[in-house]
Design a protein around this ligand. Structure first.
Ligand code: F6P
Length: 319
């Protein structure tokens, strides 16, 4: 069949729109007819599937989010709804899907493939960068740049007002965003879920730094650590002796103009996805590794829980 569809599932990321644009361009280039599925697996079930043209993707390359919408579908876990989804795809003659999402979505798609033979290539897309088997997930660079801009702004006020700031990043239970941001934004302390810590071990050194003239501290913490950002802030005030404020960056990290790197990665991921589906790849994830782009099986990717790179963890010694 010559019909191919794309959908976004799970948390949206900046980089999805450039990927959607390239999907349409590259599908037509390969004599395929591209289709959009709106609202993730929910749209597959509710038949929100339309033929895509260049017109719909004009002017989206610079926009965050996804023009297709996304969802975390509970219904798709139910066999009867997957049957409805299959009927909807059959009616349009679609047997190939490109899916942008996280490993939970990939698992759902794999079940669908095994039941109904809908081929798919998955593109790892999550700001958390926590998908096993790939070093890079779409959207991470944009999120890191959003964090960088926020930390740089906070530094301006922290240094002016002699305050500590506790800045909380997203990441669910993965500390990647916090650690990379702490290293690249010059934080004094970084706390991530993967590594236990003892706040009291920093008190003497932080106190001495204040005595010798330090005016402010930037503390970057990942959501998912054992303390809340508010508790870390109280600790800074009570035990270190510096006025402190909290900034939870929250969903700002999921939006914004996609960086050049994310646009380029979107372009490459999509080309690999379509090439894979035109070749013999029927149910794979495109991973970016030290060797470049590789097609990996769902089991290889989802069979093992993601672990933060040991080399990166070593850099925590700096704090
Ligand atoms: O997985 C992406 C992510 O942004 C996590 O970093 C965060 O914990 C979660 O999604 C937030 O989910 P929601 O958008 O449903 O609040």
């Amino acid at each position: 069949m010559k019909n191919i569809a794309i959908l976004c599932s799970g948390g949206d990321v900046s980089g999805m729109n450039p990927a959607i644009k390239q999907f349409v361009d590259y599908a037509y280039k390969n004599a395929l007819t591209p289709y959009f599925v709106y609202d993730g697996f929910e749209g597959l079930i509710d038949n929100k599937i339309t033929k895509a043209t260049h017109k719909e993707v004009a002017g989206i390359i610079n926009r965050g989010g996804t023009i297709l919408g996304s969802s975390r579908s509970k219904r798709f876990m139910d066999k009867s709804y997957r049957e409805v989804a299959k009927k909807n795809l059959d009616a349009l003659g679609i047997d190939k899907l490109v899916i942008l999402g996280g490993d939970g979505s990939f698992k759902g798609m794999d079940v669908f493939y095994k039941e109904h033979g809908i081929k798919f290539c998955a593109i790892p897309s999550t700001i958390d960068n926590d998908i096993n088997g790939t070093q890079y997930c779409l959207g991470v660079d944009t999120a890191l740049n959003v964090i960088k801009d926020s930390v740089d702004n906070i530094r301006d006020t922290a240094s002016s007002f002699s305050r500590a700031f506790v800045i909380e990043t997203m990441g669910r239970d993965c500390g990647y965003l916090a650690l990379i941001s702490a290293l690249t934004c010059g934080a004094e302390l970084c706390l991530i879920p993967e590594v236990d810590y003892d706040l009291s071990s920093y008190e003497e050194s932080f106190g001495a730094q204040i005595k010798s003239g330090r005016r402010y501290f930037i503390v970057i913490v990942s959501e998912g650590i054992k303390n809340s950002a508010q508790e870390i802030s109280q600790w800074l005030e009570q035990k270190v002796g510096i006025e402190s404020r909290v900034t939870v960056l929250g969903h700002t990290q999921r939006g914004g103009n996609p960086t050049t790197y994310d646009r380029l990665m979107a372009y490459k991921f999509v080309n690999y996805a379509i090439d894979g589906l035109l070749g013999a790849k029927e149910s794979s994830v495109i991973c970016y590794t030290k060797k470049g782009f590789e097609y990996k099986s769902i089991d290889e990717v989802t069979g093992t829980k993601y672990k933060l790179d040991a080399e990166l963890i070593k850099y925590l010694d700096k704090f």
